[in-house]
Design a protein around this ligand. Structure first.
Ligand SMILES: [Zn+2]
Length: 83
């Protein structure tokens, strides 16, 4: 491939694999695989994960804003706060 095609190729590959926590937070979802599940934090029917307490919710939100991982993925990865 020539240089231009190579750049396009890199663009495609980079775009597909460049999901960042900032992207996930901006779109209100979990970061894409392989790090997360890519699912919205609030379902299409408006339901969100139920937390035991405001403190727990705040802890998960802080972690989500830093890592892009939804509460389920935080639990799975064991990176969530232990509030
Ligand atoms: Zn997730």
């Amino acid at each position: 491939m020539n240089a231009r095609e190579h750049l396009d190729y890199l663009d495609i590959v980079f775009t597909r694999n460049s999901d960042t926590p900032a992207d996930a937070v901006r779109e209100g979802r979990c970061i894409e695989r392989p790090d997360g599940c890519g699912q919205p934090l609030v379902g299409e029917d408006g339901t969100a994960r139920v937390f035991w307490s405001q403190e727990e919710a705040a802890g998960y939100e802080t972690e989500w804003r830093a890592t892009g991982l939804c509460p389920d993925c935080q639990d799975a990865a064991d990176t969530g706060s232990n509030l």
